[in-house]
Design a protein around this ligand. Structure first.
Ligand code: GDP
Ligand code: MG
Length: 203
């Protein structure tokens, strides 16, 4: 079987309701766009809580892994986690995520290009805005933290969702977009990114 060229990789990005409300749609799209990635699909919608639960259930390991990661996070700060059961921890996180993501319109996007998943994760930054690197979307535009969101019993407001792996991206894109909504086309600027010989530049 022919291995697909890296430039065909696609990933899902959601601008969450806080990103829309804070008028950051253009800023966020611009950051992905200027990296050289190509927009292959875009829509605005208000997801249902069921759609969000399905989104986070696409990876059967997500509940366990997120629960375990969260427990480790508490312990690394010298804090006692609210439960020792990873699934119980994730049940709380998921309930808050459903409320958060169904609270208003979101922007769903498919971005395409070489290493799209990893490039988008790098530009997006780490999950908790307090520790996301400066220069990333979450690091530059949010001041939220697990401490604050846990105190207030809500999801951490981190502006965007971005798929974590190529496998996750494939499942998530199929969950948010029909085949018809994802558009294959060529951008003139792709020549400078992907052309092997760079011929045709000189007059
Ligand atoms: P992402 O891929 O960077 O969004 O992070 P994950 O897939 O690990 O987690 C998805 C969502 O679960 C995050 O956006 C957070 O809302 C929530 N979450 C993950 N880890 C934690 C945690 O340690 N504490 C809390 N309160 N929420 C978390
Ligand atoms: Mg994730």
């Amino acid at each position: 079987m022919k291995i697909p060229h890296p430039k065909t990789e696609r990933t899902l990005v959601l601008i969450k309701p806080d990103g829309v409300q804070r008028s950051l749609i253009g800023e966020i799209i611009g950051r992905y766009e200027r990296s050289g990635l190509k927009l292959a699909g875009l829509k605005m919608c208000i997801p249902t809580e069921a759609h969000i639960e399905e989104h986070y259930s696409l990876d059967p390991a997500w509940r366990r892994v997120t629960g375990e990661k969260t427990i480790k996070g508490y312990e690394s700060k010298g804090l006692t986690p609210p439960s020792r059961d990873p699934l119980e921890i994730t049940a709380r996180i998921l309930a808050n995520l459903k409320k958060y993501l169904a609270s208003g319109p979101v922007i769903a996007m498919a971005w395409q290009g070489a290493h799209a998943v990893a490039i988008v994760r790098k530009l997006t930054g780490g999950t908790e805005p307090l520790t996301s690197d400066v220069g990333t979307i979450r690091g530059d535009f949010v001041l939220d933290s697990y401490q604050m969101s846990d105190t207030d019993g809500r999801a951490v407001r981190n502006l965007v969702h971005a798929s974590g792996s190529v496998k996750e991206a494939e499942a998530e894109l199929a969950h948010w977009f029909s085949k018809k909504e994802l558009i294959g086309y060529r951008l003139i600027s792709e020549q400078i990114l992907y052309d092997v010989n760079l011929d045709g530049l000189l007059e």
